[in-house]
Design a binder for this molecule. Sequence first.
Ligand SMILES: NC(=O)c1ccc[n+]([C@@H]2O[C@H](COP(=O)([O-])OP(=O)(O)OC[C@H]3O[C@@H](n4cnc5c(N)ncnc54)[C@H](OP(=O)(O)O)[C@@H]3O)[C@@H](O)[C@H]2O)c1
Length: 408
Amino acid sequence: MRKKFEDGGMPSGRRGFLKGMAALAAAPLIAELAACARTQPASQSGSRAAASPGTASLARRRLGSLEVSTLGLGCMNVAWAYGPPTDRRDAIQLIRAAHARGVTFFDTAEVYGPFLSEEILGEAAAPFRDQVVIATKFGFDVTPAGERRGLDSRPEHIRQAIEGSLRRLKTDRIDLYYQHRVDPAVPIEDVAGAVKDLIQQGKVRYFGLSEAGGATIRRAHAVQPVTAVQNEYSVWTRDPEHEVLPTCEELGIGFVPWSPLGMGYLTGAITPATTFDPKSDLRAGFPRFTAEARAANRPVVELLQRVGQRKGATPAQIALVWLLAKKPWIVPIPGTTKLKHMEENLGALAIELTAEEVAEIEAGFARLRVQGARAPEQLLKSHDIGANLGSSSAGGHGLSPLREERSR
Ligand SMILES: NC(=O)c1ccc[n+]([C@@H]2O[C@H](COP(=O)([O-])OP(=O)(O)OC[C@H]3O[C@@H](n4cnc5c(N)ncnc54)[C@H](OP(=O)(O)O)[C@@H]3O)[C@@H](O)[C@H]2O)c1
């Protein structure tokens, strides 16, 4: 019996709220962002690289040997997770606007929608495919009709899944191909071996893991070097500090924090009065998003606001620049459906936190106790051992079975 993935199955719908998107090609704004990028501090935002004609230049960072813009764009949100899908044309314009502003790193997954996020990104990025890094993920058993049936990282399934992703993304190669969740039924060596074959065939450029713990990362890396690990990480979700970031640092692996804005909470836009539609918004079932937790956790936002106010920055920008200040090989991928939020988030690249300000955030946070787990129990269980705070894969091998255990 394969493990069930329980957070999906939402009905799809349409919303057309990205008003004003016709102004996406606004040249003055591009120039302004380019100017911001030129003045940004290299220490936190990364090195510079030439922009493609017609696009602004943003700072770049390296995930292993893969160069990407210092902030990426999470493309899950236009298809799924925190409300009904965005109007398709608006979603495409949003992604193209991000590219015009210098973003070269776009994150999606087969399961977002399912399929819709990859379809939208494929269409949006087609005119500039060769200028950007497309990251997607495999590892769920998704029927052609879009029903999510659980995990499946068997090599034969990976070989099948990539063909669908390549088709939807309108490309002949995936730049960064992540296993979305460690599959307790498949040794990670078999997964890494399958991706290694795809790399040899030219269908994949780099290998990644998501919500993996230290032992699994090491085992995978021994078969096929891992370029990036993508786990949840933000000011209020510190799980990777436990064993994953030290493992990445030791092995020279890049780190991509998902939900860098705390699923929106760290921006200050979510209050106890905010409502979440249980039919389309995952947060309706998340312990950290009950009305009580939203009220209790307000001091986290206030801490970011206090630091931000002195610098003319928003809490969202401080949350992002805090991540950038942590390590030069961290590349957050904030997700949004709104142009103005995307622009605000990119504005973080013009801000620098001093060591004292980072220490102030750390000291302030240490005095707080976040109420509510970062995900419901059944989802936390789908994260590898060592990927959640309080669990450690040291001395073990994570959720991924050893080959001999599997054959027993
Ligand atoms: N590997 C994994 O298992 C995994 C899991 C989840 C997500 N991801 C990836 O990570 C990406 C980002 O994570 P996420 O979307 O879960 O969380 P996030 O980036 O922390 O937050 C997204 C939420 O914040 C809001 N937001 C963004 N910028 C804002 C701003 N400046 N002001 C106010 N609100 C703002 C968005 O709403 P609006 O649309 O209104 O802006 C959205 O509801 C996803 O798109 C996806 O690609 C990966």
